[in-house]
Design a protein around this ligand. Structure first.
Ligand code: IPM
Ligand code: MG
Length: 365
């Protein structure tokens, strides 16, 4: 029987509550599909700061090093907001994990199920039938990490400086990954850039165009990021796979998340290749939602679907991953809604975190 090692970092806010449900669902599919996991739970984010003074304690990082995948909850909250920016849970834990493991590819699926269209802020006629977008965001380059970086006095004036830089190899590797993802979907790839202004984007566009010769079965298009932000709310159904650089991807994926109905629905995977295998950090796209933490009302679906992505991408347990995706669809079809998804329509049953987790667990076949 295959056994996989999972570093479980639940973090702050709603993280522990939704993680609890996700781990129950994981146990259920393990039994059903004949594999097992060895889980090591470690503090991260604010919990790491409280336990050992650091958002990413050395012991937590060591557990991630020893694992086949990282299952991450969410980090941050008002308690740690007065810390210096680089010590706060978000920057002190997530960004170092991304750089340490070189997690360059961030997959964020944006699926709006037809049953949840009422929860989307878009008008019905714009999302008729729902939509299904995959955003492939470059995660270890661009302005987040480009040097020089500076904040301070220069020439008697306070300045802040960040650098947007891309190297050819960075665009190539994310490009290949995005083209391959499109081959498994509807064979359409939209590369988003700002090539009318930025040099990093001209490089991006040139490399994507060049790569497209190797993928004749994928239709490549290019779109400026300002237009893409607008097209997402005007006609989201036009997109299949989107590939874009780090900062643009950060912004567009929040937009994509909200038009899907709820941040509580969207999982994500941050991937790299490690010892010849796909290693990843799997986490919900939404944040730690401190305002509703501890109330038992948070939506556990994004965390549960993140388990599904882990099974699919890092462990190759595709059937188990499909079973999770199908179970989520089944409970949504059956009318189960956490508070964030409720529209007041007939047939809806508003449930809390654990009842939603349990319904999904029971729907696993
Ligand atoms: C995200 C988040 C992070 C980012 C923050 C918390 C550093 O917004 O994963 O989208 O900007 O990448
Ligand atoms: Mg973001």
């Amino acid at each position: 029987m295959s056994t996989y090692r999972v570093a479980v970092l639940a973090g702050d806010g709603i993280g522990p509550e939704v993680m609890h449900e996700a781990l129950s669902v994981l146990s259920a599919v393990e039994q059903k599909y004949g594999f097992s996991t060895q889980r090591v739970e470690k503090p991260v984010g604010g919990a790491g700061i409280d336990a050992c003074g650091k958002a990413l304690p050395a012991d937590t990082l060591a557990a991630c090093e020893a694992a086949d995948a990282i299952l991450f909850g969410s980090v941050g909250g008002p308690k740690w907001e007065s810390l210096p920016p680089e010590e706060r849970p978000e920057r002190g834990a997530l960004l170092p994990l991304r750089t340490h493991f070189g997690l360059y590819a961030n997959l964020r699926p944006g699926v709006c199920l037809p049953e949840l269209s009422a929860a989307s802020p878009l008008k019905d006629n714009l999302i008729a039938g729902g939509f299904d977008i995959l955003c492939v965001r470059e995660l270890t380059g661009g302005m987040y990490f480009g040097k020089p970086k500076f904040y301070g006095e220069r020439g008697g004036e306070l300045v802040g400086l960040d650098t947007m830089i891309y190297h050819r190899y960075e665009v190539e590797r994310i490009g290949h990954l995005a083209f391959c993802a499109a081959q498994k979907r509807k064979h359409r790839l939209c590369s988003v850039d700002k090539a009318n202004v930025l040099n990093a984007s001209i490089l991006w566009r040139d490399v994507m165009t060049e790569l497209s010769a190797q993928y004749p079965d994928v239709e490549l298009s290019h779109m400026y990021v300002d237009n893409a932000a607008m097209q997402l709310v005007r006609n989201p159904g036009q997109f299949d796979v989107i590939v874009t650089e780090n900062t643009f991807g950060d912004i567009l994926t929040d937009e994509m998340a909200v038009i899907c109905g709820s941040l509580g629905m969207l999982p994500s995977a941050s991937l790299c290749t490690r010892s010849g295998r796909t290693f990843g950090l799997y986490e919900p796209s939404g944040g730690s939602a401190p305002d509703i933490a501890g109330q038992g009302v948070a939506n556990p679906i994004a965390q549960i679907l993140s388990v599904g992505m882990m099974l699919r991408h890092s462990f190759g347990q595709v059937q188990a991953a499909n079973a999770i995706d199908n179970a989520v669809r089944a409970v949504i079809s059956a009318g189960y809604r956490t508070r964030d998804l409720a529209s007041g329509a007939q047939g809806e049953q508003v449930v809390g975190t654990s009842a939603m987790g349990e319904a999904i667990l029971n729907a696993i076949v």
